[in-house]
Write a protein that binds this ligand. Structure first.
Ligand code: NAD
Length: 295
């Protein structure tokens, strides 16, 4: 594998694509906003195109890092008359690293296979800082041979690679992880609001929790750094996290599992997104919940 196309040069995509380039691959960038692809190419000694046919002809594999599975399907089969799928050579790999819905991924896998292309799902965790330093956790789903073939590309972006099962299992793993993170954030926000109202200093609350049994990724990395500081700048949008929790709740529904916590947490994040706007940093949700809690 020599040339990798990268679609979706946003907060995560730019540093991830830059690391593939650093790993020695030719990289061709594409984004709905061509200025993003151009800026990426200039900064990282890569190429950019706004033509999906050209991208398909040039590349052995395509990485997608897009908001949802819908954009992944669009990029492959709908945009520019379906030029990407039509121009990729048989056997080319599609590596979907977006946080997409697992059931949709399995459906997409059938359509991809019908074009003699190979889909692997490989969503990530670690956020922008770990995308930059190439230390993402990557949850890989797909056929074993396909996974083995794409692993060297994935290893440029992450150092914790997990083969979690068949196609769609990566996306299932990812939405469940983000459900846990989202539930933890919602609980930590509530604890801060209750503590503050009673007279606790939220900074002290965070310090105590961080050396006690209530600690979590959220308490250690988000409370003081992004909530109490008022920085709200993790680079992970509220709309994207609300989408991930919704995917987890929907997954439970689709496979017939009663998941009351998932429904509750999904509703809370949807509420915050609708009130504040999906483009806001997800840590701002605390402002909305606190307002509702203290009318
Ligand atoms: P982003 O909004 O910063 O970037 C998305 C990019 O995709 C944008 O540049 C946009 O122009 C482009 N795009 C949208 N539709 C397109 C299309 N049809 N064709 C081509 N380009 C298109 O999002 P992000 O934060 O980089 O997240 C990307 C994915 O990674 C999401 O699924 C998100 O849930 C997941 N994720 C994000 C983080 C994070 O911390 N930001 C962490 C892990 C996973």
């Amino acid at each position: 594998m020599k040339t990798v196309g990268f679609i979706g040069l946003g907060n995560m995509g730019v540093p991830m694509a830059a690391n593939i380039r650093r790993g020695g691959y030719e990289v061709v960038g594409f984004d709905l906003d061509p200025a993003r692809a151009k800026a990426f190419a200039q900064e990282h000694n890569a190429r950019a195109t706004d033509q999906l046919a050209e991208l398909g002809r040039a590349c052995d594999a395509i990485v997608t890092m897009l908001p949802t599975g819908r954009e992944v399907r669009d990029a492959l089969f709908n945009m520019q008359g379906g030029a990407l799928a039509a121009n990729l050579r048989p056997g080319a790999f599609i590596i979907d690293m977006s946080s997409a819905d697992p059931v949709g991924t399995r459906e997409l896998g059938k359509d991809v296979a019908a074009r003699k292309l190979v889909l692997v799902d490989a969503p990530v965790s670690g956020g922008v800082p770990r995308a930059k330093d190439g230390s993402l956790a990557i949850m890989i789903g797909g056929d074993a041979d396909a996974v083995a073939a794409v692993k060297p590309v994935l290893a440029c972006m992450g150092n914790k690679l997990f083969e979690v099962g068949s196609l769609g299992c990566g996306h299932a793993m990812k939405c469940l992880n983000n459900f846990l993170a989202a539930a933890s954030f919602a609980a930590a926000s509530e604890a801060m609001t209750v503590g503050r109202k009673f007279g606790l200093d939220p900074a002290v609350l965070a310090d105590v929790v961080n050396v006690s049994t209530g600690r979590s990724f959220v308490s250690e990395n988000l409370l003081k750094q992004h909530v109490l500081s008022g920085v709200f700048g993790t680079g992970f949008a509220l709309g994207l996290l609300a989408k991930d929790v919704r995917i987890a709740a929907d997954l439970a529904d689709q496979i017939g599992v009663d998941a009351p916590v998932g429904r509750l947490i999904s509703g809370m994040w949807a509420d915050a997104r609708d009130a504040l706007g999906g483009e806001q940093d997800h840590t701002r949700a605390v402002i909305h919940w606190e307002k509702r809690a203290l009318p």
